[in-house]
Design a protein around this ligand. Structure first.
Ligand code: GLU
Length: 501
């Protein structure tokens, strides 16, 4: 086919708004979005809100917020499935009229009894087709009596198999004889997901359905519906499930907030870093590359490289060191170190405000200092929150001293109680205050005092940053500034209070 005649790619993300945006759902959205972007296609957001009891406004907002935060933009929608109820009903009516579906009056009790009997006789438990064989008179009579009914799809009586070529899994087939006459409309008149979804996909001219393997039980039935409704089925690509280390499906119930996109936002993730991580959770580029820009990912993405095997979400609940999969953290840390510092500055602004350490001058006369300080401290950080927490000493005077640093660098060296304030005094003479002058002054002081420079430097780091580790100490001194450094050194004896001399 020439490029011109090629059908435009149209994909969709149709979440059911019954909870927060799950990282598994986000991954589905991302794969569809990447595929659309790669092929110059269209990505539609469609909210499947027909389950009125379980759908909530908060969930819809959460999904939209989550996608927006991730930077996953859609070209059409959000459409709401509930607005097309008349089309779903009309499709069911049409199937009935064309003899491709039938009314089933079997009661729950009857069905249950048949199921049990079939089980005990070790027969297939699928619906036995009783109502498929009702005569028009019998149907009319039951309707006259007001017996409730569901509508079942009439699976064609054909020999052999029906199937499709899954873009990820290859050929998938099923024997016609194994497919039961499935319900498409409930007894309360409401069409089921299986049918609504197909009607919507036909209307939206969806060309590719990229969704989780958990939907594979629906696919063959849906292909039958396409055929019955006279439409060409789209291409299917079923993505692997995401399991935890114990091979359980990840869910909020079992794993808590760590599976919701909002959590990553709260924990200081860079949106693109989460996208980058989620894509690798189920897709591989065929190389070792792990870090992808948006353009690189769009370029590299293909359905064929979606993994067949389940993905492992490597998260150990309760491990205090890792609040999520360590790989997600390391990808985030990479982006934290490599994005233009102006972008990082924008991303941490709200957090600084929340923590009470924002200064309007950071966007005015202190801009240069602010950006260079963020740039200096980011190399050891893992999340955006680290700037306001681990880096607080650069922006405020009320910061905490890390216990480990206090013990190791201060309390083990009681001589510092007297030396650090003296160093503070000695530094008053340093002018100008730069990398060379501060280094010279500190080394001269250590040598005069007859202590190893390392002891002074570690003590000073603890006192002026509160941290055990950090960037080069003279860079730190310059960033924090003369006045603050001296004040903190002079104040430092209080840290020994309550400890033995
Ligand atoms: N509403 C379904 C879900 O959230 C959509 C399934 C599909 O992609 O067809 O799982």
């Amino acid at each position: 086919m020439s490029e011109k005649n090629k059908e435009q790619v149209i994909v969709r993300f149709p979440p059911s708004p019954t909870g927060y945006l799950h990282i598994g759902g986000a991954r589905t959205a991302i794969f569809n979005w990447l595929f659309a972007r790669k092929h110059g296609g269209k990505f539609i957001l469609r909210i499947e809100d027909t389950d009125v009891e379980r759908s909530t406004k908060e969930s819809i907002e959460g999904i939209i917020d989550g996608l927006t935060w991730l930077g996953i933009d859609w070209d059409e929608g959000p459409y709401f499935q509930s607005e097309f109820a008349h089309e779903h009903k009309a499709a069911a009516e049409r199937l009935l009229k064309e003899g491709k579906a039938y009314k089933c009056f079997c009661t729950k009790e009857e069905l249950e009894a048949k199921r049990k009997k079939a089980l005990s006789e070790k027969r297939d438990i699928k619906y036995d087709g009783t109502c498929r064989r009702l005569s028009p008179e019998e149907i009319a009579e039951k309707e006259r009596q007001g017996i409730p009914y569901v509508i079942r799809f009439k699976v064609p009586e054909r020999e052999g198999k029906i199937g499709y070529d899954d873009k990820v899994l290859g050929r998938i087939e099923k024997d016609y004889s194994e497919i039961e006459d499935f319900v498409i409309v409930r007894s309360n008149g409401r069409p089921l997901y299986l049918l609504c979804n197909v009607v919507d996909d036909i209307r939206d001219r969806i060309t590719h359905i990229i969704r989780g393997q958990d939907h594979m039980t629906n696919t063959i039935k849906q292909i039958l519906l396409y055929e019955a409704l006279g439409a060409k089925p789209p291409v299917f690509a079923h993505m692997p499930l995401t399991l935890d280390l114990q091979k359980r499906k990840i869910s909020k119930r079992t794993h808590g907030e760590v599976v919701s996109v909002q959590w990553y936002r709260k924990m200081g993730f860079i949106p693109w870093a989460l996208v980058n991580y989620l894509v690798l959770l189920g897709w591989n580029p065929g190389t070792d590359q792990e870090i992808f820009t948006k353009e690189e990912l769009i370029q590299a993405f293909s359905l064929e490289r979606i993994n067949k095997a389940n993905s492992i979400f490597n998260y150990r609940k309760g491990d205090p060191k890792f609040f999520t999969d360590p790989k997600a953290i390391s990808i985030n840390a990479w982006w934290l170190r490599h994005l233009p510092i102006e972008e990082i500055a924008e991303m941490i602004k709200e957090d600084f405000k929340k923590e009470g350490i924002w200064d309007e001058a950071y966007e005015g006369e202190k801009r240069e200092w602010f950006l260079s300080t963020l740039d200096l401290i980011r190399s050891r950080f893992h999340t955006l929150r680290d700037f306001a927490r681990l880096g607080r000493a650069y922006f405020a005077d009320d910061f905490e001293i890390e216990q480990k640093a206090l013990k190791k660098n201060m309390l083990k060296h009681p001589e510092l109680k007297e030396l650090l304030p003296r160093l503070g005094e000695a530094l008053e003479k340093v002018e100008p205050w730069n990398l060379e002058t501060t280094e010279d002054a500190v080394r001269a002081f250590a040598s005069e005092a007859g202590v190893k420079p390392g002891i002074i430097i570690n003590g000073m780091r603890t006192v002026i940053t509160g941290q055990l580790k950090g960037p080069g100490i003279f860079d730190v001194m310059v960033a924090i500034g003369k006045e603050r450094v001296i004040r903190r050194l002079k104040d430092s004896p209080r840290l020994f209070e309550g400890t033995k001399p």
